[in-house]
Design a protein around this ligand. Structure first.
Ligand code: MN
Length: 227
């Protein structure tokens, strides 16, 4: 018997390819991690330290549907690879960082770009543009045993069959082990943490009825219908 005074919130999960559910503790998203996307967003793509924002665990959604959210007329796709951690810690060295990875999944960092842009102009936080309901469509996780550690190969987002974003995993400014290590210097990482690893160039809007397909070399594809 628990002592909860209201019904306990459900634990957010991501399905695992082959069975089971991965429980999600936190979701960290890296900003501008591909040089060409950094340029299109008006930044200098150098090796400035990475920056992160967060989505909520229950923003992740494996339903294959993305309901167009309220309060925006300019919702953008951002194709990303999600990295799920099975262990954590602090001050994790780069050279052992991959030991903490459970698996990888295709995902989307859906963004209310108009609200994010307004927040940026005023130096305000990004949650209103980034951390809304079902803003993180995600496919089933595949384990490291199954797919290894994908670090090169084509990344592409199709909308209604047309390529809209493309890049290569090897174009990440901050590589997966570096992201894990960097985050662990600032936060205590733990099992269930998920890192969304940034998006290549070509972000753009979707409308109701569109179908988005996420293709990332080495892992399964994800198809998401905008409803
Ligand atoms: Mn993003």
């Amino acid at each position: 018997m628990s002592d909860y005074v209201i019904p306990a919130p459900e634990v957010a999960t991501i399905p695992v390819s082959g069975g089971g559910e991965f429980p999600v503790r936190r979701v960290y998203c890296i900003g501008r991690n591909y040089a060409a996307h950094s340029i299109e967003m008006g930044d200098d793509p150098d090796r400035d330290p990475p920056f992160f924002f967060q989505k909520n665990p229950n923003n992740l959604d494996a339903s294959g549907e993305f309901p167009y959210p309220a309060k925006s007329d300019d919702v953008h796709f951002e194709i990303e690879m999600a990295v799920a951690l099975k262990t954590g810690g602090t001050n994790i060295p780069v050279d052992t960082a991959l030991d903490h990875v459970y698996g990888y999944a295709p995902c989307l960092d859906m963004t209310r770009r108009d609200l994010q842009s307004a927040a940026k102009k005023k130096g305000r936080p990004w949650e209103i543009g980034k951390a809304f309901e079902r803003s993180g469509p995600i496919g089933p996780l595949q384990t490291v045993e199954e797919v290894g550690h994908p670090d090169q190969g084509r990344v592409e987002l199709l909308v209604n069959g047309e390529v809209r974003q493309e890049g290569d995993l090897n174009q990440m400014i901050w590589k997966v082990p570096e992201m894990i290590s960097y985050l662990s210097d600032y936060f205590e990482l733990a099992p269930g943490d998920v890192i969304m690893s940034g998006t290549p160039a070509g972000v753009g809007p979707i409308v109701k009825g569109d179908t988005m397909v996420v293709n990332i070399a080495g892992i399964n594809s994800l198809t998401v219908k905008v409803t």
